[in-house]
Design a protein around this ligand. Structure first.
Ligand code: PLP
Ligand code: COI
Length: 346
């Protein structure tokens, strides 16, 4: 058993998914063609030019991943190289310069170690959420890519994403607002995508639904994803179905579930999913770092209400997948795919 550092005085079991200020963040700067060593900043502000491209032209993207404490007090990061690669993909699409994978992975470990007293205790249901942020910081007024970039990395302890905790939620199928265009940037993790979806998310919440389910913006025929997560469903004969679309974020959680489904002999269909198929499914759910696997018990599509059970019903296949994923993330089960790595806290 590792000696546990004195933990922050927080009510871990009641933590919402929100920002809690921690001891420090990291700032790495790309200038003159190279990344620096990064510096530890105790203040939680960032100082940049008022003319920075991130502020005017949306050269801003981010990543999100979780660090869990294990039963014996170790800290495990989940697939941070995948987040690094996705940041590189987003950066390429928007003419930004991404940090090398090694730098990114090391920065995640470094911020978790520096803020280790904020890693929620094993069994609390909470995790340390690491948020690497890439911004263009060159001051310019013409529309052009930045020459200099900052990778800022913060860590904050989080609980469940939805107010209902890990309980099943209801979704609202959005038909008035599109999140992303088929040849646009919906598959990149740009802050602008969240701004585009915000009024739909809040429209759904105002109607009493936890989340919005976006459709493809060309035909409004296929399911894309929700504002915070990928969507999946389980067919009546037990197959895992999840939308394939050029305008959704390639979720690392969903990618992992697809592999876990394979391990559990659950057949997988990664394909375009018509919204008209919703009533045929036996279970539905959301998959993402923040939402983990949140079961969906009802979906409102126009006047039609599709139900998969009651507000306390977790479908058997969704439940198995969630347990299998969480067991790997928290070190309770072996990690045959090598998805987690231990962060050296000493
Ligand atoms: N889709 C959107 C729009 C998201 O914001 C997220 C969260 O990152 C996901 C899907 C899930 O991706 P991941 O599992 O990599 O967190
Ligand atoms: C995540 O799951 O990490 C996300 O980024 C989703 C949302 C909180 C923005």
């Amino acid at each position: 058993m590792k000696e546990t550092m004195h933990k922050a005085d927080l009510n871990w079991a009641e933590l919402p998914f929100d920002y809690v200020r921690t001891d420090c963040h990291l700032e790495y700067v790309y200038r003159d063609g190279k990344w620096d060593e990064g510096r530890v900043v105790e203040d939680d502000t960032v100082t940049i030019s008022v003319a920075s491209t991130c502020l005017h032209y949306g050269q801003e993207c981010f990543e999100g991943l979780k660090v869990y404490e294990t039963k014996d007090g170790r800290a495990l990061a989940f697939r941070s190289e995948e987040n690094a690669k996705r940041m590189a993909y987003t950066a390429k699409k928007t003419l930004m310069v991404a940090p090398p994978v090694d730098l990114f992975v090391d920065a995640v470990d470094r911020i978790a170690k520096l803020n280790r007293r904020f890693i929620p205790p094993y069994g609390s249901g909470a995790a340390l959420y690491v948020r690497p942020l890439l911004i263009g910081i060159t001051g310019t007024i013409g529309i052009k890519p930045s020459k200099e970039y900052m990778l800022a990395v913060l860590a904050t302890p989080v609980g469940p994403y939805f107010k209902s905790g890990l309980k099943p939620v209801r979704l609202w199928v959005e038909e008035e607002v599109d999140r992303a265009a088929p040849l646009g940037v919906g598959d990149a993790k740009l802050g602008g995508n969240y701004a585009a979806g915000l009024r739909a998310t809040y429209g759904a919440r105002d109607r009493g639904y936890a989340e919005v389910l976006f459709l493809d913006s060309k035909q409004h025929k296929y399911i894309d994803e929700s504002g915070s997560s990928n969507f999946f469903a389980i067919t009546k004969d037990g197959r895992y179905v999840t939308p394939k679309s050029s305008s959704i974020l390639p979720s690392i959680t969903n990618k992992s579930l697809i592999e876990l489904a394979g391990d559990l002999n659950i057949p997988v269909e990664h394909r375009a999913v018509e919204v008209s198929e919703l009533p045929n499914f036996a279970e539905a759910g959301l998959a993402g770092t923040a939402t983990i696997i949140t079961p969906v018990y009802a979906i409102q599509h126009g006047k039609k209400l599709i139900q998969y059970g009651g507000p306390n019903d977790v479908g058997p296949v969704s439940g198995r997948l969630r347990d299998a994923l969480l067991a790997i993330q928290t070190g309770d089960a072996p990690d045959p795919h090598g998805w987690t790595h231990e962060i050296q806290l000493d």
